[in-house]
Design a protein around this ligand. Structure first.
Ligand code: UN1
Length: 525
């Protein structure tokens, strides 16, 4: 057996280099991506674990490879982070912001090339690939502002000669795990905010988007090195969840793990990290709905929902999955949607004019086909789509299905372009249906009625983290806190006060008197 393996491994490099297509994509060079790349950066570039091959979802061809991070290299990364930690924690906030500003500038310089790589590797159309890098740039800008403005507070003490304060300090070391569908933006949501909070971080990108991950790592590395700072402050790894992923979530030296991905894996991350009282930010599955009230602007519904359901080939966590149409508009809207679906240009994500690219990998094609079968098995009706497209790559037809909103399959997040349509009569009924799934990420109501709006965003309205009005479920801005409730995990990333999770709060009582009065008026003498 040994001999056989050796013989096979002699041929492997040959077979590997033969099949790679990276030379077809000149923008890879601009990003520092070669045929074979290191899969770990911690101030040094390394990677000697299993080889990851990045596959092009549009063709099924291999693009380039990454030597993944081993458990030993993970450990070296943590050691390098620990060595760099105190210096970064003690660096003044605005100075940390200056580093993030430079990362934002570097991202701006690479926006076209990186946007193309995101499209090539993930499969989203190029305007969305560029949009994703823009989202990373925007969060850097937001973080720079925060680096000068995050503040604690001075509260009223009940004791004379006392001050009561809240101050914020860095957590120290944090771990970030991102998903394939937003290989750049979601990483920077975490990295940029965490950096200005004074943390050092290790980011693990998804294996199937290892090239984008390492291109982003290079952008950060160059900025840190140009400033004479340890690159380990923003470390990056790629590698199997079963080895380095597992190390990361069981590592008590990481005070926070921010995880974006499926509810199933998120539950495991949550149980593991909370068992050692680590913190988590979980951004898990969604099952997002639009409600079209009888008074809605139907043009807006159509446009918002097409982007929500077909955009990114249904692979945003915010993608529209469930469309509730009031019975008075149901027939005509279903007809319009089916007609619109027939005209959507499906094709190469890097080709101008394409609106729907492939799904990410063959597993997603299977998820789509199994989903369609399950819909039929539960008495659903396929109104359009439902098939794999006969061409190379992972192409499927965007699908619309009519089914009972309470069917089992409707409660599961299918991460593919399948849209359910339902008919409803009353606002009470439809809000209950919106809330009647395990997930709680994004939701939207289209209406012009102020009463409906207030119902929808109020205590008995949508139970999701994102509650929109006359805007689709996907494509949230970075300024707000992003995340959702229930099986979505409860975390909030990105804007608003999401930064608080990357810091620890110290409540400080300072006695500047010569007395020792006790709180609650206790006399202890
Ligand atoms: C995700 O799909 O994990 O709101 C994030 C949106 C994007 C982010 C999606 N800004 O659709």
């Amino acid at each position: 057996l040994h001999k056989m393996l050796r013989a096979v491994s002699q041929f492997r490099p040959f077979i590997r280099t033969m099949a790679l297509t990276y030379e077809k994509y000149p923008f890879l060079k601009e990003l520092g991506i070669e045929a074979v790349n290191p899969g770990c950066y911690n101030g040094k570039w390394c990677g000697s674990g299993p080889v990851l091959t990045s596959m092009n979802p549009a063709t099924g061809e291999a693009i380039a490879q990454v030597n993944s991070c081993t458990v030993e290299e993970y450990e070296e990364t943590i050691v390098a982070m620990e060595a760099a930690k105190n210096e970064w924690m003690m660096t003044p906030g605005p100075r940390r912001g200056e580093i993030v500003r430079q990362i934002g500038v570097a991202l701006r310089e690479k926006v076209e090339a990186l946007g193309k790589l995101v499209s090539l590797e993930m499969g989203k159309i190029n305007p969305e690939g560029v949009g994703e890098v823009q989202e990373a740039i925007d969060i850097c800008d937001l973080a720079v502002g925060l680096s000068r403005s995050i503040a604690g507070q001075v509260l009223q003490s009940e004791r004379p000669g006392h001050m009561l304060l809240e101050t914020w300090n860095p957590l120290g070391m944090v771990g970030i795990i991102s998903a394939f569908n937003f290989p750049c933006a979601v990483a920077f949501w975490n990295i940029a905010i965490s950096l200005i909070c004074g943390n050092v971080s290790v980011w693990k990108g998804a294996s199937s988007v290892c090239l984008t991950t390492m291109a982003c790592a290079k952008i950060c590395a160059d900025v840190f090195e140009a400033n004479g700072l340890p690159g380990a402050i923003a470390s990056t790894i790629v590698g199997p969840g079963s080895t380095v992923g597992d190390k990361l979530i069981t590592d008590e030296r990481l005070k926070l793990v921010s995880f974006t991905g499926s509810t199933k894996v998120g539950r495991h991350v949550s149980e593991t990290v909370h068992s050692h009282f680590g913190r988590t930010i979980l951004e898990l599955g969604g099952n997002n709905a639009v409600i079209c009230m009888p008074d809605a602007d139907l043009e807006l519904v159509l446009r918002g929902c097409l982007f929500g359901a077909v955009g990114t080939a249904g692979q945003r966590c915010t993608s529209l999955r469930r469309l509730f149409l009031h019975e008075s508009v149901y027939d005509k809207m279903v007809e319009r949607f089916v007609k619109a679906y027939a005209t959507i240009p499906i094709g190469d994500p890097l080709e101008k004019g394409t609106l729907c690219g492939p799904v990410h990998n063959p597993a997603a094609v299977k998820e789509y086909l199994d989903g369609v079968a399950a819909i039929k098995a539960e008495g659903g009706k396929i109104l359009c789509g439902g098939n794999k497209i006969d061409r190379p790559g992972n192409y499927v037809e965007p699908c619309i299905a009519a089914i009972d909103p309470r069917a089992e399959i409707v409660k599961t997040e299918l991460f593919v372009p399948i849209l359910y349509v339902f008919k409803f009569k009353t606002i009470d009924e439809v809000i209950a249906l919106n809330n009647g799934v395990p997930q709680g990420l994004s939701s939207a109501m289209f209406t012009k009625d102020l009463g409906n709006v207030c119902r929808w965003i109020g205590p008995l309205g949508s139970d999701c983290g994102l509650v929109n009005v006359n805007a689709g479920t996907s494509g949230a801005e970075i300024g707000g806190a992003f995340g959702g409730e229930k099986d979505t995990g409860g975390g909030r990333e990105s804007g608003s006060d999401a930064w608080k999770q990357y810091m620890r709060r110290s409540t400080c009582t300072i006695n500047y008197s010569a007395e020792m009065p006790l709180a609650q008026g206790i006399v202890f003498e």
